[in-house]
Design a protein around this ligand. Structure first.
Ligand code: XIL
Length: 331
C-alpha cells in the first residue's frame, strides 16, 4: 500500500506519530514509522516535568535520543509542550514553589528561564512547538487556573509564553493545542478556545496554529451531516478565518462504547475517523496529521486507567494492530 506520508503529501499534509521510550525497544515499530511518517513528536519527553523533574535538574537525554533518530530518518520534529495549563501535569516542584514577596516577577522568571532553556537546547530542529497545552476548561470554557496563572493572569501568562517562544525559537511554528471536539458536550470548550484565540490575536500574540488533539471516540456525534460535524466545520472555519493553521496533533479513536467483536469494532472506529477527518481535512488550512500511537499496543489509551473499556478488553484505537498490520482505519 502507498505509505501514509505519500498519501499525505498529495493532500498537503505532514503525517506523524508520537514516540516514547517503548518505541525504541521495538525496532519493527520504528521501521513502520520510518515508512509511514515524516514527522515525530515526543509523547512525554519534552514536557516540563520530564525535562526538569527537580528544579534546576535538566534531563534532556531521552528527548535528544529520539530527535537524533528522527533526524537520521530525515523527519520533521514537533515539540510538545512548553507549558501545560492543567495543574496536575505541571512539575510537582512548581506546585510547591515559594513565589516570595514579588510573586508575579518570580512566576515570570520561572517561565522565562524554562522556555528560553528548552527552545535554545533543541534549537532549529523543532519546526513546530506546542507552546501552550490545554488552557481552556471544558466544563465552562474559562481559562484554567494554576500556580502560574494565579500570579500572572491567565491570558497574560499565555501571551508571555508565546512571545518567549517567538524570541527563543524564531524559526518554529507556534501552536496552541487543546482537545475540543465536535460533540455537543464540547460546545463550551470550543467557545472558550475561540475566545482565547481572539484575545491572543487582539494582543498581537504570535500564535500561528491551533492544534486539534483529535482524541475522538464513540461519544462524538459524527454521522455525515450531523449537528456535531456541522458545528465542527463552523469552528474550523472560524479559526481559519483568524489566519491560523490547523494541525491534527494527537489523533486516535477511543473505542470504549463499541462492540467487543473485533471486525465490528474496527469498522466502527474507521467510520468515526472517516467522518471526522473528511471534515477536518477539507479545511484548506489543515497542515498536519499526527497520530498519538499508531499501533494499538503502543497507544496511551491502553494504559489510561481512568476510562478503560467496560469489558476489560484491550482498546483498538490506532490504524495498525499490535502485529503492525494495517486495520480498516489505515485504509
Ligand atoms: C499523555 C501520554 O500519552 C501519556 O503517556 C501520559 O501518561 C499522559 O499524557 N493530551 C496531551 C498529551 O496533550 O500530552 C497526553 O499524553 C494525552 C492527552
Amino acid at each position: 500500500a502507498e505509505s501514509l506520508k505519500a498519501l499525505g503529501k498529495r493532500k498537503g499534509l505532514n503525517v506523524g506519530n508520537a514516540i516514547g521510550a517503548a518505541s525504541f525497544r521495538d525496532p519493527a515499530y520504528l521501521a513502520l514509522m520510518g515508512r509511514e511518517c515524516n514527522v515525530i513528536v515526543a509523547e512525554n519527553e519534552c514536557k516540563w516535568p520530564a525535562l526538569e523533574p527537580r528544579q534546576g535538574q535538566a534531563n534532556y537525554e531521552p528527548a535528544d535520543r529520539m530527535f537524533a533518530w528522527a533526524r537520521e530518518q530525515g523527519m520533521l520534529i514537533r515539540g510538545h509542550n512548553l507549558l501545560w495549563q492543567t495543574a496536575r501535569w505541571q512539575p510537582a516542584w512548581i506546585n510547591q514553589y515559594d513565589f516570595g514577596a514579588r510573586p508575579a516577577l518570580a512566576a515570570e522568571r520561572l517561565i522565562r528561564e524554562h522556555i528560553a532553556a528548552v527552545c535554545k537546547h533543541f534549537g532549529s530542529q523543532v519546526h513546530s512547538w506546542d507552546v501552550v497545552n490545554e488552557a481552556v476548561d471544558p466544563a465552562d470554557g474559562a481559562l484554567r487556573r494554576n500556580v502560574l496563572t494565579e500570579r500572572l493572569g491567565a491570558v497574560e501568562e499565555i501571551d508571555l509564553a508565546f512571545r518567549l517562544a517567538r524570541e527563543h525559537a524564531p524559526q518554529a511554528q507556534l501552536v496552541y493545542n487543546d482537545y475540543m471536539r465536535p460533540d455537543d458536550g464540547s460546545a463550551r470548550h470550543r467557545a472558550g478556545v475561540l475566545k482565547l484565540l481572539q484575545a491572543l490575536k487582539a494582543r498581537g500574540t504570535p500564535v500561528q496554529a491551533l492544534g486539534l488533539q483529535s482524541h475522538i471516540g464513540s461519544w462524538d456525534e459524527m454521522g455525515p451531516g450531523s449537528k456535531g460535524l456541522l458545528e465542527w466545520r463552523k469552528f474550523l472555519d472560524e479559526v481559519s478565518g483568524m489566519g491560523l493553521d490547523l494541525l491534527v496533533t494527537e489523533f486516535d479513536v477511543n473505542d470504549r462504547k463499541l462492540p467487543a467483536d473485533i471486525a465490528a469494532r474496527d469498522a466502527g472506529v474507521a467510520a468515526l475517523a472517516k467522518d471526522y477527518l473528511d471534515v477536518t481535512f477539507s479545511s484548506p488550512n489543515c497542515r498536519d496529521f499526527v497520530m498519538w500511537g499508531m499501533a494499538d499496543h503502543m497507544n496511551w489509551l491502553q494504559g489510561w486507567k481512568e476510562a478503560p473499556r467496560l469489558d476489560g478488553l484491550p482498546m483498538r484505537p490506532a490504524p495498525f494492530d499490535s502485529r503492525l498490520n494495517g486495520k480498516p482505519l489505515r485504509t
